[in-house]
Design a protein around this ligand. Structure first.
Ligand SMILES: *Cc1c(COP(=O)(O)O)cnc(C)c1O
Length: 408
């Protein structure tokens, strides 16, 4: 996808980018400081609507809070989706503070502490257990609190999902219980110890290939149907995970959501629903719901030339938007889409290297990007900043101030 296409997701007024109806200069003045993250509420709503329209009826849509745990964002999404998925007690607190029904909150992630399990059981959320010992601790926690824990087993499938930016299933993993061990694990607990509602399989993030996602979902459903025969009662919960990707780079093509939805409908009609008519099938998407709705805005504080190379130094950097520096799961560093948001349409572009204000060569935001020759005061906008941005970045590194975050 080209930078112009990213611009198209927002608006333009004269030479200025418009975010949620507000021209960038006015937005920067209103926020009062740079750098900042701005998230567009209407864009999030539109994306949820698009996903709902593509998915088969009856599939529950979840939001994976870790993609963007800003309380206002979680609050907005709580009103739009069916479930919230959290992966720490901090995220659990964010989810519960939205007022979302705890019965429709799930808690995944390795290394849950006893304290986290206590909070989860007390709140009545679904604990997605990641190991045999975690299940044992969950049972103990339920006895201590005299509550029946609600659980699902997160399964490490016997297959990997190709084409994922980050692989989280197949082979040895810290995530989930190896599929072949699930039957014996289920044999070790009774339904008076823990209510095992079903299964959760999430095997990879940032996937743009519809055919691969479709195949992974088909294999996951087969796996779940097999494992479900080992539950004391019929499975009621089948969480197919997240992982739908968004385009970051020029050669990235948009995920064919319609194809994924159509094939999922077939899969449910033909295989899952006949066998497990009472099961709620859910997807928990993070990046796909919020990633494109956010921008990270920084101001140029210095321009310089070094031995023929033009540099723009901005007041933000990898401490806020690590992914754009290429240090969050990328094998080969490529430039995130960016623009001078106050000088759109300026002709006479030239290659410039955009760096952050951290005293490390890692803090590279744009390597030799074609931009209008930047001036001090210009606003550099990084797109695709709504997911895995601020909270996925080393904010304490170099001790700069935290950026503002606004939901508009
Ligand atoms: C991170 C995560 C997600 C969301 O992944 P995306 O790639 O952002 O859709 C979903 N489920 C679990 C368990 C996760 O850890």
């Amino acid at each position: 996808m080209r930078t112009e296409d990213h611009l198209g997701m927002f608006g333009r007024e004269g030479s200025e980018l418009v975010v949620a109806g507000i021209p960038l200069g006015r937005l920067a003045a209103r926020v009062g400081s740079t750098p900042f993250f701005a998230y567009d509420r209407a864009a999030i709503t539109a994306r949820v609507d698009e996903v709902r329209a593509a998915l088969p009826d009856g599939v529950a849509l979840g939001y994976a809070v870790k993609a963007n745990p800003m309380p206002a964002v979680a609050q907005h999404l709580s009103g739009l989706v069916d479930t919230l998925d959290v992966a720490s007690s901090g995220e659990l607190a964010v989810a519960l503070d939205t007022g979302h029904d705890p019965a429709h909150v799930s808690f995944a992630g390795p290394g849950k502490t006893d304290e986290e399990l206590r909070r989860a059981v007390a709140a009545g959320v679904i604990v997605e257990v990641e190991s045999r010992t975690e299940l044992q601790r969950l049972v103990r926690t339920g006895k201590e609190l005299a509550l029946l824990p609600r659980a699902a087993v997160r399964v490490n499938p016997p297959f990997a999902v190709k084409g994922s930016g980050m692989r989280m299933g197949g082979g040895p993993q810290q995530f989930g219980v190896d599929a072949e061990l699930v039957p014996s694990l289920l044999g070790e607990v009774s339904s008076s110890d823990v209510d095992v509602l079903g299964f959760h399989v999430f095997a990879g993030s940032q996937n743009l290939r519809a055919d691969i996602l479709v195949e992974a979902q088909a294999r996951t459903v087969d796996l779940v149907l097999d494992l479900a025969t080992h539950l004391p009662q019929e499975a009621r919960y089948v969480n197919l995970g997240g992982g739908f990707g968004i385009p970051y780079f020029e050669k990235d093509e948009r995920l064919d959501l319609t194809h994924v939805g159509e094939r999922l409908a077939d899969l449910l009609d033909e295989r899952l629903t006949p066998a497990l008519p009472d099961a709620t099938v859910s997807l928990e998407l993070g990046r796909y719901l919020v990633g494109e709705a956010g921008v990270y805005v920084t101001r140029v504080v210095d321009v310089k030339e070094s031995r023929g190379q033009a540099y723009a130094v901005v007041d933000g950097g990898m401490h806020h938007q690590l992914a754009a520096s290429g240090n969050f799961g990328q094998v080969i560093r490529r430039n995130y889409p960016m623009a001078l948001g106050n000088r759109l349409g300026d002709t006479g572009t030239a290659p410039v290297t955009v760096v952050g204000c951290l005293c490390t060569p890692l803090d590279l935001l744009g390597d030799d990007v074609e931009l209008p020759r930047p001036d001090v005061g210009d606003l550099v906008v990084l797109f695709q900043a709504g997911a895995y941005g601020l909270t996925a970045s080393p904010t304490a590194f170099l001790g700069h101030d935290a950026p503002a975050e606004v939901l508009l």
